[in-house]
Write a protein that binds this ligand. Structure first.
Ligand code: AMP
Ligand code: MG
Length: 513
């Protein structure tokens, strides 16, 4: 069966397009010339009820490169506003994203969006395109986050082209087809507050509550009461706080946490100059353009809270009770702290929380920071650190294997000041003994399931970009496979689990994409 026929049989649920026209502009995409499918994801396709066989069909390439509308779809670009780097930027919107429609897969509806398929009324000075470099990064990051179990928009496909695009230098255009239950942002709500349109804000809030937060609708009448909107804010606050904990514990920096890049359903959204940290620095800035460090790693939770404050401020247009909104915002800190505690217990293999554990964790962050120890390997190697592993040698050999063992530096070797690392490790060994030597296996299993061995380091993405520019997608394929199972040792992938090469620290990632 042709893709068009197959897709025609997949039920369409264009619920966003069913909102009033104020929320978007209907318009066609501008197709790429000479599109070439670089990669497509069988996992993402399965979410839509599609088998990988469709990847070979010309119609698949036509749809994901913007040449052919989705059968039964409703192509549009959404409007939103937002704060960029803390400053109100007014109207923004999908300047280079087209929503093709919603597809009902086996486990729910997924909106399909093309990023880089041409100009829209919201493109402002932009060209509506995305370059290959940033598209490869978004494609890989979507898989990496999913593999880590972190809520994210998904990526279906990556298409390259020969169309030239001017950034600092001439580059080429690409399109990522991405998927999410919804692409609505905090900025989508800010837009109607700025326009003083409580009627449209209510329509948007009801739409999001009905589809994604049905538990918030407590009023019987079917019509929302103000308290439903407060409850909705509280749910967004909690989801966002948990997302921040998810990011922090894998060393992920988003790079551009503007309110228009904050998903209302708590997904990681709009991958630009993001980065997974190599050497740990609490003040690490992944975005070269962010000279003030507004979005540095240690600032992310408080920025998320600030962004939620802007969301609450907008909702004040339809919720009179400012105190109730404030109380919902107050849920951020306790939710974030308890989420961090849970995740850090897992990362350190602590089976129960004991007095003194917070200090142990804080001291680890401190010694890692002062030594610029590798973020991911420090945690991963802790599972195998000398002095805590004796009871489970067999498991360690099985996990890492001899070759990896020799290419991955042991825990204390990751620190310049090995004595400081050893002093912390001694404390850790004492703490681990408290939970009993017979719990070693459980500790190790928990740590290996919580600390990834493979992360999307900048230099790995860079190698994939360079090969992709030459038309070779084998590196993308390799990374997608590794990053989809980042906790599981995979033989033959030793070089992907090593410390980064020296040139990695010279890679500059900026807002230009
Ligand atoms: P970002 O922070 O990259 O998510 O983008 C901020 C705003 O600029 C959004 O409204 C984007 O749609 C828009 N934008 C970014 N790059 C382009 C581009 N090349 N062409 C048109 N609009 C763009
Ligand atoms: Mg954006």
């Amino acid at each position: 069966m042709t893709l068009y026929k197959t897709l025609s049989n997949v039920p369409k649920v264009n619920s966003f397009a069913a909102l009033p026209e104020d929320f978007y502009t209907r318009l066609p995409t501008t197709p790429l010339t000479n599109p070439r499918l670089l990669h497509a994801s069988a996992d993402s396709a399965a979410l839509l009820g599609l088998s990988p066989e469709v990847f070979d069909q010309a119609e698949f390439l036509d749809v994901i490169s913007g040449r052919l509308a989705l059968p039964g779809g409703d192509t549009l670009a959404a409007v939103y506003s937002g704060h960029q780097f803390g400053v109100w930027a007014g109207q923004l919107g999908d300047g280079r994203a087209h929503l093709l429609g919603g597809l009902k897969g086996p486990n729910g509806v997924w909106e399909l969006q093309l990023k880089g398929a041409g100009k829209t009324p919201y493109s402002r000075m932009g060209d509506g395109r995305a370059v290959l470099r940033s598209s490869v990064r978004e494609y890989l990051a979507s898989h990496a986050m999913e593999g880590l179990g972190i809520p994210t928009t998904r990526a279906l496909s990556l298409v390259s082209s020969s169309d030239p695009v001017r950034r600092e230098t001439m580059e080429s255009a690409a399109v990522v087809a991405r998927m999410a239950p919804s692409f609505v942002r905090f900025g989508s709500f800010q837009h109607w507050a700025a326009k003083q349109r409580p009627d449209l804000m209510r329509i948007l809030a009801d739409y999001i509550i009905d589809h994604f937060y049905p538990e918030c609708r407590q009023s019987e009448s079917g019509q929302s009461a103000e308290s439903d909107y407060v409850h909705f804010l509280e749910c967004v606050v909690k989801r966002t706080a948990e997302l921040m904990a998810d990011w922090q514990v894998v060393g992920f920096c988003h790079g551009v946490m503007n309110t228009d890049n904050m998903s209302i359903i708590g997904l990681t959204l709009d991958y630009g100059p993001f980065g997974f940290m190599d050497a740990f620095d609490a003040a690490h800035i992944c975005n070269h353009t962010d000279s003030q460090g507004r979005y540095a790693w240690h600032a992310q939770p408080s920025v998320a809270h600030w962004n939620l404050y802007q969301l609450a401020n907008s909702l004040h247009l339809i919720v009179e009770d400012a105190d109730a909104l404030r109380q919902a915002l107050d849920q951020f800190e306790p939710t974030f702290l308890s989420s961090m505690q849970k995740r850090m217990m897992n990362k350190l293999g602590l089976l129960q929380w004991r007095e003194g554990d917070q200090l142990l964790i804080d001291d680890l962050w401190s010694v890692m920071h002062h030594n610029h120890a590798d973020f991911s390997l420090s945690f991963r190697q802790l599972a195998h650190a000398e002095g805590v592993t004796n009871a489970s040698q067999g498991v360690i050999e099985h996990d890492l294997g001899h070759t990896v063992r020799s290419s991955i530096k042991p825990f204390v070797d990751l620190f310049i000041d090995r004595e400081a690392a050893q002093a912390w490790l001694n404390q850790y060994v004492l703490r681990i003994k408290l939970q009993g030597i017979n719990m070693q296996q459980e500790r190790i299993n928990l740590m290996l399931a919580s600390n990834p061995l493979y992360v999307l380091r900048n230099h790995l993405a860079q190698k994939a970009i360079e090969s992709a520019a030459l038309g070779d997608s084998s590196e993308i394929e390799k990374l997608v496979n590794l990053l989809s199972k980042p906790f599981k040792f995979q033989s033959g992938a030793e070089e992907y689990a090593c410390l980064p090469p020296a040139w990695a620290s010279k890679i500059e990632v900026s807002c230009s994409s």
